[in-house]
Design a protein around this ligand. Structure first.
Ligand SMILES: O=C[C@H](O)COP(=O)(O)O
Length: 258
């Protein structure tokens, strides 16, 4: 994997058209630091306008349905995201699993639909605090990963799936809490994820980017991104303003220099 960290902001249910000014400011920072790849996943209502407003950052969705069309009130398909200007979709986020009851088979079907529609996929996995305390974090996360990985030919046509897939490791207890795992724990989990990706995809498993997410801030970004298997960050709260997200992008640019 080339050492170009990928920093993705997940705006969750935040942002109106006024927030496009913030996205433009973030875009200007991203343009200045091309050694960092930057993405933002705004609410669906802003995808189209954000795509028009920015040049140097990827725009993505926070979820998609596994079907292409149909009677699914309130849902959005992968091809609709693509049509609106998205290039990626965050799938299986723990908030979707927790508040919408998303299951591993559903996340897998969504991943396959997103790839088929031409989107890149950011597949989220993570353990609860209870699982971490019980010593079952790695087993939980790797089981979740294998159950959600898209089941598609690897390298049959065009780019291999491994080039269009990233895994985001987000310990649920670290999301929005200001708590982060130790660097040893981040390293161990990223190694375990890498091993499973290589089992699933053979040599191409080494190319799948693994992101860390959960209370990433400018202050801890550099040390987290310095972990050998950490290929970027999925950032929630700190991605909403240029002040905090721009600082993370600059920290990532520092990491890319090493
Ligand atoms: O998708 C992003 C994560 O849920 C992390 O959120 P956070 O940076 O606010 O902890």
């Amino acid at each position: 994997m080339g050492h170009r960290p990928y920093i993705i902001g997940n705006w969750k249910m935040n942002g109106t058209r006024n927030s496009l000014a913030e996205a433009r400011a973030i875009d200007r920072v991203a343009a200045k630091w091309p050694q960092v790849r930057v993405g933002i996943a705004p609410p669906h209502t802003l995808i189209h306008a954000m795509r028009d407003a920015v040049d140097s950052i990827d725009v993505g969705g926070q979820d998609c349905h596994s079907e292409e069309t149909g009677a699914y009130t309130g849902d959005i398909s992968a091809s609709m995201l693509k049509d609106a200007g998205a290039s990626f979709a965050i799938l299986g986020h723990s908030e979707r699993r927790q508040y919408h009851g998303e299951t591993n088979p559903q996340v897998k079907a969504k991943s396959e639909a997103a790839l088929a529609a031409g989107l890149n996929v950011i597949l989220c996995v993570g353990e609860t605090e209870e699982q971490r305390d019980a010593g079952t974090a790695e087993a939980t996360v790797t089981r979740q990963l294998l159950a959600c990985l898209p089941d598609v030919g690897n390298g049959d046509e065009g780019e291999p799936v491994s080039a269009r897939l990233a895994v985001a490791y987000e310990p649920i207890w670290a999301i929005g809490t200001g708590r982060v795992p130790s660097l040893d724990d981040i390293n161990a989990m990223h190694d375990a994820i890498r091993a499973k990706l290589c089992e699933a995809f053979g040599d191409n498993g080494a190319e799948v980017r693994i992101l860390y997410g959960g209370s990433v801030k400018a202050e801890n970004a550099l040390e987290i991104l310095g972990c050998p298997e950490v290929g970027g960050a999925l950032v929630g709260g700190a991605s909403l303003t240029n002040e905090s997200f721009g600082a993370i992008i600059i920290a990532a640019a520092d990491d890319a220099r090493d």
